[in-house]
Write a protein that binds this ligand. Structure first.
Ligand SMILES: Cc1ncc(COP(=O)(O)O)c(C=O)c1O
Length: 369
C-alpha cells in the first residue's frame, strides 16, 4: 500500500503552530474546557467528576451516541451512530471498509484529500468530478451521471464544501439520492461543516435521514470548534455496514478518549448556545471579508461562501499564488492556503473566517497589500 503525502495536513503542520495569524483555518473559535464544564447540568457534571480513565466502548459512549442522534439527526437513533477519533478516523475506517480492488468511486473535487486517497489505497479507481467556479461551485448532477460506470460503488460529496463554502440544496440532494438509488450506490456525505453559517436557501436534510445507503460524516471539530477532542461519527441506517466499519476501527483508534466523550456530550446538550456564538463570529467575519474582496476587486474575486467557515478566493495578480502566500506568511505571519494544496491548478487560495481574531489577521493582510 503506497501512501501519498496528505498535502493539506503537511502544509498545516509546517505553519499552524508558528504563524500568528491563521487566515485559512477551517474550524470555528474554540472554547476552553472550563467553559464547557461550566455548561454541564448535574448529571453530566457527576459523569465528569467520577470519570475513570479506562477504555471506552468501541462504538462510542451510548449516552453520547443517543445525544448525537437526538440533537442532530432526530429520525435516527443511537444504533445508527458509530463514533471515531475525529472525522479523519471515520473517513479512513468507512471508506477502507467499503472500497475493494476494482471498485469505482466518484469524488467531487477539489476536496479534502482523504476522500479519494483512502479508496485509492484499497485499489479502487477514482473519477474526479470537478466543481466549477462558473457554476458557482455547485454540484452538477449531469456530470456525475455521466461518470457512473458498471463498477461504480460510491459517490463521495462534502457540503458545506471545503474549500469553496458552497452548499447543496434539498432538491439537489434529493436528485443525487435518487440517482444513487437507481444505481444502488453508497453515498458518502461529509457534512463536517453542517450548521455553521446561514445558507440563503437553508440547510438540506442530513443525507443519512433520507437515504438508507448514505454514510454521513459528522464531527465536533468544525461547527462546535472542538477539534482537539478528536470526536467524530458516521451516521448510517445500515447496521451491518456499521458493524464492519467498527471492526476496522479496532485496527485504528479502538475507542474514543473517555474525557473527550463527556465533553462532547456536554457540548451537544448545549448545542444552541455554542452554535449561536460560533455563527455570530462567522457571520460578522464573512461580512468583513466580502467587503475586503469588493474593495480589492483588481486583485481578488470569489463566490461568497454559503456555509462552513472557508471560502476559495481567486487571486488575479501576476505572481504565482504559492509565492504570494509564502511572502505573506514570511513578512506578516498571515497564513493562507494556495490551491495547489488541493491539487487544483488555479490561482485560488483558501481563506478561513471561523476564528475571533480574523479581523486582526485581515488588517495584517491589508498592511501586506
Ligand atoms: C471536509 C473535511 N472532512 C474531514 C476533515 C477531518 O476532520 P477532523 O480534523 O475532525 O478529523 C476535515 C478537516 O479539515 C475536512 O475539511
Amino acid at each position: 500500500m503506497s501512501v501519498s503525502v496528505f498535502k493539506l495536513e503537511e502544509y498545516l503542520s509546517k505553519y499552524e503552530f508558528c504563524a500568528p495569524y491563521l487566515l485559512c483555518c477551517s474550524d470555528a473559535e474554540s472554547f476552553s474546557m472550563q467553559e464547557i464544564i461550566n455548561m454541564a447540568e448535574l448529571n453530566e457534571k457527576s459523569l465528569w467528576d467520577n470519570l475513570k480513565l479506562s477504555y471506552t466502548e468501541a462504538t462510542g459512549l451510548p449516552m453520547l451516541r443517543e445525544e448525537i442522534a437526538k440533537s442532530l439527526y432526530p429520525t435516527l437513533n443511537a444504533s445508527n451512530i458509530l463514533c471515531f477519533a475525529g472525522a479523519e478516523d471515520g473517513i479512513f475506517c468507512a471508506l477502507h471498509t467499503i472500497a475493494e480492488p476494482g471498485d469505482h468511486f466518484i469524488v467531487l473535487t477539489p476536496c479534502y484529500q482523504s476522500l479519494y486517497e483512502i479508496p485509492k489505497m484499497k485499489g479502487a479507481q477514482i473519477t474526479e468530478v470537478a466543481l466549477r467556479e462558473e457554476n458557482n461551485w455547485r454540484i452538477d448532477l449531469g456530470e456525475i451521471k455521466n461518470a457512473i460506470k458498471q463498477n461504480t460503488k460510491c459517490i463521495a460529496i462534502n457540503f458545506p464544501h471545503n474549500p469553496t463554502g458552497q452548499v447543496i440544496s434539498q432538491q439537489e440532494l434529493k436528485d443525487l439520492v435518487a440517482l444513487c438509488a437507481v444505481h444502488d450506490l453508497w453515498l458518502f456525505s461529509d457534512e463536517v461543516y453542517r450548521l455553521l453559517g446561514t445558507p440563503d436557501e437553508g440547510w438540506a436534510q442530513p443525507a443519512a435521514e433520507i437515504y438508507t445507503k448514505a454514510l454521513l460524516l459528522g464531527v465536533m471539530s468544525k461547527a462546535f470548534g472542538m477539534a482537539g477532542l478528536r470526536v467524530g461519527w458516521i451516521a448510517c441506517h445500515n447496521k451491518e455496514l456499521l458493524k464492519k466499519i467498527e471492526q476496522m476501527k479496532h485496527y485504528t483508534s479502538i475507542c474514543n478518549s473517555a474525557p473527550a466523550e463527556i465533553i462532547s456530550l456536554i457540548a451537544l446538550k448545549n448545542r444552541d448556545k455554542i452554535l449561536f456564538r460560533n455563527n455570530k463570529i462567522v457571520t460578522e467575519n464573512l461580512k468583513l471579508l466580502d467587503v475586503f474582496i469588493k474593495e480589492h476587486q483588481n486583485l481578488f474575486e470569489w463566490v461568497k461562501p454559503q456555509g462552513g467557515c472557508v471560502g476559495f478566493v481567486k487571486y488575479k495578480g501576476h505572481e504565482a499564488i504559492e509565492n504570494f502566500c509564502e511572502k505573506l506568511v514570511r513578512e506578516k505571519g498571515v497564513l493562507l492556503m494556495p490551491a495547489s494544496i488541493y491539487n487544483h491548478e488555479s490561482s485560488h487560495f483558501r481563506v478561513g473566517f471561523g476564528r475571533k481574531n480574523m479581523p486582526e489577521a485581515l488588517e495584517k493582510f491589508k498592511e501586506f497589500l
